[in-house]
Design a protein around this ligand. Structure first.
Ligand code: EPZ
Length: 426
């Protein structure tokens, strides 16, 4: 297994181009199941999770080809499901990437059935899918749980219904939204997730002929259509990658210009960074983050559904707070076990105490490099950030977690002055 070696203490300076959003690309790839026409994507990142989704879709009958746009010369990923040749998402793929569960809605809508392995939990929580199932039942699906699989059928097609989510769920909103586009009649999705990735998905479905109103709000109204057609869609910039590199500038006391992204996607993160003493300037194609001449201050944060502070930035902000002046209370309200980075950060000299869903971080002068273990995607990158600021050498092991969500991370950081390299595993 590869690891990443970092020698810390060097302020980052330079420009980083942000890639397309992993959490937009995953459901967007699944829309290919909803039509026999080709769907083309630009700004599609190259990530392990997307390769896993590509393999799964391939088993269901989706042809995936990569081309280059002859005018803009940018890569284009083309997906086409002329026919659905299978309707099963097997355990060995779903357990690798639980987001595979978003094929359920499209399979039901297009083929009238789906057999999807229960995804099981992961490092950050039990990750149930009950909200997905209730939503699809509200659209007329019959659901049975058998031998670790979800067996869903809609022999006469799906029919519009009223879905009220008792709690906000990104994936369940995506499954319901995609299924509703081909259901007979009208659907209301109340208490829908409002993450920008949902808006990007809804915009793509609209380009394909879906009838959706309330996009960007917590109430989506969909009128089902008989069929959807192809489109070309540009994947939304990755707001979590954007926030991660902003935190890298902050923790190292450097200055980074982030391009091919939009400041408005991370308003809550920018608000926190500014409260912590970081200078953030919006630019025409992104933002500039500067902490070269100011001190980092400890500030409190609490994760919430969008537009609140994103849970996917919690570990990165915690790393930043370990070397801030003063204390910071960080409360995680979305997942029940998303503090796996705490013991590893403490091994680097951080002063963090966890009390239930909250962690109290007391800033220390300096972290010291150490061999640390990655446990999940965002915990891994928080250890890289800590390594960039620490004195001495840090070795982050099990970096396959990182490769799920960050494209060429060490290259991008090295180009901005970090002493970082990937060490091939034995
Ligand atoms: C998406 O996961 C993201 N993943 C996650 O990003 C992100 O942390 C999460 O949304 C919250 O923003 C993708 O988009 C691929 P949820 P998802 O359904 O859809 C509970 C990353 O690091 N819940 O919004 O699985 C659930 O346990 C990843 O990029 C139920 O109880 O998240 C959690 O406590 C990690 N029943 C809360 O809701 C359900 O049926 C929010 O989960 C579904 C969810």
């Amino acid at each position: 297994m590869d690891s990443i070696r970092i020698r810390g203490g060097r302020p980052l300076n330079g420009t980083i181009a942000i890639g397309g959003a992993k959490n937009a690309a995953l459901p967007l790839m699944a829309v290919s199941l909803l039509t026999e026409d080709p769907i083309e994507f630009t700004n599609m990142p190259t990530l392990a999770d997307l390769a896993t989704m590509g393999s799964l879709l391939g088993e269901l009958g989706v042809e995936l080809t990569r081309t280059v746009d002859d005018t803009s010369n940018e890569p284009v990923v083309r997906l086409q499901a002329r026919k659905i040749t299978a309707t099963e998402a097997p355990y060995d793929l779903v357990r690798k990437m639980r987001a595979s569960v978003v094929v359920m809605g499209p399979l039901l809508a297009r083929a009238g059935k789906a057999r999807v392995s229960m995804p099981g939990g992961c490092a950050i929580g039990t990750r149930p899918v009950d909200l997905h199932l209730k939503a699809l039942e509200a659209l007329g699906a019959e659901i049975e749980l058998k031998e670790g699989y979800i067996q869903a059928t809609a022999p006469n097609g799906l029919s519009g219904g009223h879905i009220l989510f008792p709690k906000v769920s990104v994936g369940a909103t995506e499954n319901a939204l995609m299924a509703a586009t081909l259901a007979h009649g009208d659907t209301v999705i109340a208490n829908a997730a409002r993450e920008p990735e949902i808006t990007d998905l809804a915009n793509c479905l609209t380009e394909m002929g879906a009838k959706i109103t309330g996009i960007g709000t917590d109430t989506l109204r969909i009128t089902g259509v008989d069929q959807l057609s192809g489109t070309r869609h540009r994947v939304l910039p990755d707001r979590i990658e954007t926030g991660t590199y902003a935190a890298a500038a902050a923790i190292t006391g450097g200055e980074l210009t982030l391009t091919n992204t939009r400041a408005e996607l991370i308003e809550s993160v920018i608000d926190l960074l500014e409260r912590a003493g970081v200078e953030v300037t919006e630019t025409k194609d992104g933002l500039k983050v500067n902490r070269a001449n100011c001190e980092l201050r400890g500030v409190d944060s609490m994760t919430e559904p969008y537009p609140g502070f994103p849970t996917d930035m919690q570990a990165q902000i915690m790393a930043m707070m370990t070397v801030a002046t003063g204390a910071a209370m960080i409360t995680e309200t979305i997942f029940e076990n998303r503090f796996m980075h705490v013991p590893e950060l403490c091994r680097m000299g951080a002063d963090i105490n966890v009390h239930g869903a909250s962690a109290i971080v007391r800033g220390v002068k300096k972290l010291s490099g150490a061999p640390v273990m990655a446990t999940d995607l965002r915990a891994s990158v928080s250890l890289v950030l800590a390594g960039l600021a620490a004195e001495g050498e840090t070795q982050v092991n099990r970096v396959y977690h990182l490769d799920r969500g960050y494209e060429r991370l060490e290259e991008k950081l090295a180009a901005c002055g970090a002493d970082i390299a990937r060490v091939a595993g034995v």
